[in-house]
Design a protein around this ligand. Structure first.
Ligand code: DX5
Ligand code: ZN
Length: 235
């Protein structure tokens, strides 16, 4: 089995802003997979802060995307900070392979059966930033016990599995509550949103307390990707 530390035990300082900074992370799921390296370069040139990579296993979600070899190829082709979102049933089992592939943030879901605290600990031990994701239907209480063990909380704003779905405004209350709990506890983890994000919905999420905006369709499929990213950053 693959093992080892994450490529950059100290990622570039510019890639690790604070939870008060806006981060725009285009999702490669909406890119042209036949030209993945060029697509990563296009996002970087258009001003993306991070690149979001959606790993789907056909079990935790009803879709299959790509696995460690593609993450590794993107890592080789691009110097960008890689935000890897694992939508898989056995995140603990596959973790070392994504570490070896060069993920910088590794986000696991709270819903599948694994020792969540231990998985998060292992991500940090490997030198990565530890992210924890929850689906729209999952209550905040499921992730709150791990708040002091995470670098990023991903509040899904669609049911995960597919790009191009409509933003679910009912998640905004959960984002607001998560930000309030974080601030009251004096913690500094990022709050990321993912699903149906464009300039309009990013503004709603930012107002609720999110700072990392994942956007697939609205960036990669925009006529002007740089303008789309700028609009999300300033929303
Ligand atoms: C959905 C994925 C998202 C997806 C977002 O399950 O986690 O990252 O790429 O796509 P858009 O921005 O098109 O909703
Ligand atoms: Zn995602």
């Amino acid at each position: 089995m693959a093992s080892g530390r994450i490529r950059r035990s100290t990622p570039p300082v510019s890639a690790i802003p604070t939870c008060r900074d806006r981060v725009v992370a285009p999702s490669l799921l909406a890119a042209d997979f036949s030209r993945i390296a060029e697509e990563a370069a296009r996002a970087e040139k258009a001003g993306a802060d991070w690149l979001h990579l959606d790993v789907m296993d056909g079990d935790f979600v009803d879709n299959i995307s790509f696995g460690p070899p593609v993450v590794e190829a993107v890592n080789r082709a691009s110097g960008m900070f890689l935000d890897v979102h694992l939508m898989i049933s056995r995140p603990d089992h596959y973790l070392p392979r994504f570490v070896a592939a060069g993920a910088d943030v590794i986000t696991v879901h709270v819903e599948p059966r694994h020792d969540v605290g231990e998985t998060l600990r292992r991500i940090r031990e490997a030198g990565g930033l530890a992210g924890l994701a929850l689906n729209p239907a999952t209550p905040l209480a499921a992730v709150a016990p791990f708040f002091d063990s995470i670098d990023l909380l991903l509040c899904m704003t669609v049911v995960p599995g597919f790009g191009g779905q409509a933003f679910m405004p009912e998640v905004l209350g959960k984002i607001r509550e998560a930000a309030a709990l974080r601030d009251a506890a004096g913690l500094g983890f990022h709050i990321e949103v993912d699903g149906g994000i464009d300039a309009a919905t990013a503004a709603l999420c930012a107002e609720a307390g999110a700072n990392v905006m994942v956007a697939g369709s609205s960036t990669f499929r925009a006529p002007d990707m740089a303008a789309a990213i700028t609009a999300i950053r300033s929303a």
